[in-house]
Design a protein. Structure first.
Length: 485
């Protein structure tokens, strides 16, 4: 178990690829290093996805039992690798235009993705923390990547300071659970207080372990940007370079949500009643804040920050259900959210005036007349995020709400529907600005092909998800069954 590295092959491949590309970046001419390393990084992520897709999905332990490879982790890793590859492609034109194209960008994304991959395969609190920090440290640097921009350096500093605080809370929670359970292993922890049988229900967790679990949830909630640990999100989203914001809003949240589901459903799956109330509270607060706080935003990146907080609230509705159906709904929701959000940021990166990227919602005025395809794509993403049928976002919300109803949390599903109705206002406001307001200045016609291609593909996937949903739904169902076993 401890010496078989076959289950860890995707992570080993990414690690070796990152180290090799570091040398390639140093030895390549300065003008070409960023492009060469970005291309090879995307290739490495694609090959990593193929390795995962072709691997055995039965549960396999490695690294002394601290790492587990199963269908659940494989599903999330493919999402992460694809999301990271698309984020690298989205970034190249922006970095070149802002004169900050350096090969380190792609490597930081690569190593952060490596940490996220380790996170979703964590089978102990030790592996959980190692993966979390490996993913977070490159993100702090990425947030401040535009080092000559005051907003970017401020975003990086805020993210780092608050991230360190969240890590401390997480570690304190892990130490409390370890003190009362005597183990860091998820497998052992599941039986530490007496496993359930047909005749006997699971024993109650000791109070100290419950307190520790609350601190762990708080630390994970920071990574999810869930209320009340969301305070860093609007400033970091606005200040970071736009492609970094896209990566933060997609791959980072998918990894944190996957880790939260694994922690709550695997070692603590027998004690759903002990943590359900905390998750429900965070879910309600996130949905309501995401619905109301975004209404007054003028900057589209800040609006996307509050939108992301709301989406995490909807995903946590499925987590709160504490069932296989809930996990299945969350996985489908995360996949759809990743596609919608990457496409939205692709639309943001398409909008320039006089060579400058625009971020104010008012700057979208007249987009439908000057760039009709970009406006149509952004309209699709806004309607989908609002949950309007028959777009993909509607089915994501429908599944999590149905899971909550089946778990007896009908009132939580009703709250989710109501907050979604409120949130629809600011999504539709963007459509109104694009199609009915007069533009002051024309948009630049020159666009980067990669951004256009990614935006078009994600828009089509969002629009026509209803035509062919089977592959995603089957894969999510198999992944949920692998975790809740």
């Amino acid at each position: 178990m401890g010496f078989d590295l076959t289950p860890v092959l995707p992570e080993l491949f990414l690690l070796v690829a990152g180290l090799v590309l570091l040398v390639v970046g140093v030895l390549t001419r300065e003008g070409e290093a960023a492009r060469v390393v970005a291309t090879l990084s995307v290739l490495a992520l694609v090959i990593g996805s193929i390795i995962i897709a072709a691997s055995d999905k039965s549960p396999q332990l490695a690294l002394g039992g601290h790492y587990v490879a199963d269908g659940f982790s494989a599903f999330l890793k493919i999402l992460l690798f694809v999301g990271a590859a698309l984020a690298i492609l989205l970034a190249q034109g922006f970095l070149h235009d802002r004169r900050i194209a350096r090969f380190e960008y792609s490597l930081l994304v690569l190593f952060s993705t490596l940490g996220m991959s380790m996170m979703v395969s964590a089978n102990s609190f030790l592996a959980l923390y190692m993966g979390l920090e490996l993913s977070a440290l490159p993100l702090y640097v990425l947030a401040a990547f535009d080092r000559d921009n005051l907003r970017s350096t401020e975003a990086g500093l805020k993210y780092f300071v608050l991230g360190a605080l969240a890590s401390g809370m997480l570690l304190y929670g892990c130490s409390l659970v370890y003190g009362f359970a005597g183990t860091l292993s998820f497998d052992v922890l599941a039986d530490a207080f007496g496993a359930a049988t047909a005749e006997r229900p699971p024993a109650l967790l000791p109070l100290g372990a419950v307190v520790g679990l609350v601190f762990i949830i708080a630390g994970l909630a920071f990574k999810l940007a869930a209320v009340p640990f969301h305070m860093w999100t609007p400033d970091v989203y606005e200040g970071s370079p736009t492609p970094v914001t896209a990566f933060l809003a997609t791959a980072s949240k998918v990894a944190a949500a996957g880790l939260a589901v694994r922690v709550l459903m695997h070692p603590f799956g027998e004690w759903t009643a002990q943590w359900q109330q905390v998750v429900v509270l965070i879910s309600i607060a996130s949905m309501l804040l995401g619905a109301f706080a975004a209404i007054g935003q003028a900057n589209i990146k800040r609006l996307m920050a509050y939108s992301g907080i709301g989406h995490i609230g909807y995903a946590l509705v499925g987590v709160a259900a504490g069932s296989e159906r809930g996990v299945y709904a969350v996985l489908v929701y995360l996949a759809i959210y990743l596609v919608m959000t990457l496409g939205t940021f692709g639309c943001i990166l398409l909008m320039r005036r006089q060579g400058q990227y625009v971020e104010q919602i008012s700057d979208l005025a007249g987009l439908s007349r000057q760039r009709p395809m970009a406006a149509a794509a952004l309209g699709v993403f806004m309607f989908s995020q609002a949950g309007i049928p028959p777009l993909a976002g509607f089915f994501g919300k429908l599944l999590v709400f149905l899971a909550a109803v089946e778990a007896g949390l009908t009132w939580l599903a009703v709250l989710g529907v109501l907050s979604s109705c409120v949130a629809a206002f600011y999504y539709l406001r963007i459509v109104k600005v694009m199609y009915f307001d007069e533009a002051a200045e024309p948009f630049d016609t020159a666009v980067h092909p990669a951004v256009t291609g990614i935006t078009a593909i994600t828009a089509l996937a969002t629009l026509f998800f209803i035509v062919w949903p089977g592959p995603l739904l089957r894969a999510a169902g198999a992944a949920a069954a692998a975790l809740v076993r």
